[in-house]
Design a protein around this ligand. Sequence first.
Ligand code: CMC
Length: 395
Amino acid sequence: TGMCTFDPGFGSTASCESSITYIDGNKGILLYRGYPIEELAAEGDFIDSTFLLLHGELPSKQEKALFEREIKYHTLVHEQLIQFYRGFRHDAHPMAIMVGVVGALAAFYPEVAEVRNPQQQLRACYRLIAKMPTLAAMAYKTSIGQPIIYPRNDLNYAENFLHMMFAVPSERYEVDPELAKALEIIFILHLDHEQNASTSTVRTAGSSQANPFACVASGIAALWGPAHGGANEAVLKMLEEIDRLGGVEQIPTMVARAKDKNDSFRLMGFGHRVYKSYDPRAKLMRQVTYRVLEKLGRKDTLLDIAMELEKIALQDDYFVKRSLYPNVDFYSGIVLRALGIPVEMYTVLFAMARTVGWVAQWKEMVADATGRITRPRQIYTGELRRKFIPVYERQ
Ligand code: CMC
């Protein structure tokens, strides 16, 4: 129309300036504040990476200890929130619960939106990062009818999460530090990914100066879909389906379906808007998967299916031409399954980790005094001015 450019799905429109995460989709590079994801995963930890994303630099030793203490200070949630969990059907999907309870946190911290105070804003970020694992584990415990397990602040982020998921009051539960480390790496790989659908949603909600807890709830909603964070659950279900139908011999049929434009089925865990080469997170995820299965002394037929599926797809013209490679979600389900995480919780774990990116991006946005409300334009395709017809004159 001359007034605005049409860019459906924002394939070529930058919505903001950001100094948090850098992706080179052609080379398969992912950097948090300039640091390669491979190095953060191998040598850093959750606290390093989270501090880095939020504050722009790796913490000094002292900053790190202080930051960790500050996060742990906020791990408990208001007791009244437990009532919210009781209101859900016992078989509610934990992502539905998370959309509700995280949004409800806005009612417990109503002051944050009004106060344009960086200290308040930072505290909201810390609270969200700290409370997400508690809320996520509460969703799981509710779904299986077990009592809620309170956070243990002597454990690190990943260990504490495993404890809240799997401890029961009547038994001793020992967290396996090696498995917790694997989980921590998975979290690091998911922390941020620049302007993906859920992060853009958080920024859009935040651009109206809405309460940050409510903004993050909107991010959780956007993440839930199978084209985004819901893909990890969808991948596992797809691999199980292939297994049920007869295993690796069924792969060509699945691949044919994914290529068929009359079939809405897509290969889950394949393709990405930005990566036109192998997703660096998927590479690391595959390594973690091998390590965990080896440590547990376990074989998983789903891993065999996944590897064969990857091999066949990567040799297929359809996938080669469109540069469709495995993404972060392709292997994550297999390793989460080995860690004993139920499939409905996969996207919740993604949401827990991505909360760090959401709040870092939200904080960056609200700190920019020149920021404008997100308000895209449209290409109107409807009727132009028509004359109103009273009901008695209508056909
Ligand atoms: N299986 C089969 N065909 C595919 C797939 C797939 N997984 N992904 C893309 N295509 C085809 C698509 O049909 C299109 O073909 P054509 O040019 O003939 O019309 C072409 O590849 C380009 O796809 P697109 O839909 O324009 O790409 P997009 O950037 O809009 O979508 C995507 C990206 C991730 C939504 C998509 O690749 C997809 O649906 N993948 C499966 C779901 C998935 O694994 N999502 C997780 C993404 S990574 C983690 C995250 O962000 O949460």
